[in-house]
Design a protein around this ligand. Structure first.
Ligand code: RTP
Ligand code: MG
Length: 147
């Protein structure tokens, strides 16, 4: 079954919406395979956002992600990679539809509350980067036969 990496960014943790965000993914029908609160190191932030190294906002992005703890998760389910991105809404919260996480909780592109892997390749890379294999659980959710 497909897995993705999702992270509530420092602004989401500071604003107390971790529970609300986790709730949305649980209610949708996705399984939480792993989750942890963590202070991100500069090395991890730079590696995670490596594809944006040459972009003008890279320094600010790394400073922001390391500024306060994040809540990192691995979610599992059918089409979870693209579906979680739909639930998050557009990168720029100004363009994110109401009802999406960014549409409901964020205002500016620099503090857009949440990250989600953008492809199967990114998901595999990011899960490996943020979680040790031993942190990933493997269990059945009884109600998921109805999802
Ligand atoms: P993310 O990786 O954080 O889930 O966001 P995303 O896929 O929707 O967007 P991406 O293009 O990967 O950009 C990564 C993060 O960089 C910040 N950004 N700032 N100032 C700017 O023009 C700008 N553009 C992007 C955003 O915080 C975005 O989430
Ligand atoms: Mg991205």
């Amino acid at each position: 079954m497909e897995k993705t990496f999702v992270m509530v960014k420092p602004d989401g943790v500071q604003r107390g919406v971790v529970g609300e965000i986790v709730n949305r993914f649980e209610k949708k029908g996705y399984k939480i395979v792993a989750a942890k609160m963590m202070q991100v190191s500069k090395d991890l932030a730079e590696e995670h956002y490596g594809q944006h190294k040459e972009r003008p906002f890279f320094g600010e992005l790394v400073d922001f992600i390391t500024s306060s703890p994040v809540f990192a998760m691995v979610l599992e389910g059918e089409n979870v990679i693209s579906s979680a991105r739909v639930m998050m809404g557009a990168t720029n919260p100004a363009d994110a539809a109401p009802g999406t996480i960014r549409g409901d909780f964020a205002v500016s592109i620099g503090m857009n509350i949440i990250h989600g892997s953008d492809s199967p390749e990114s998901a595999e890379r990011e899960i490996g980067l943020w979680f040790d294999k031993s942190e990933l659980t493997d269990y059945e959710v009884a109600s998921h036969k109805w999802v």
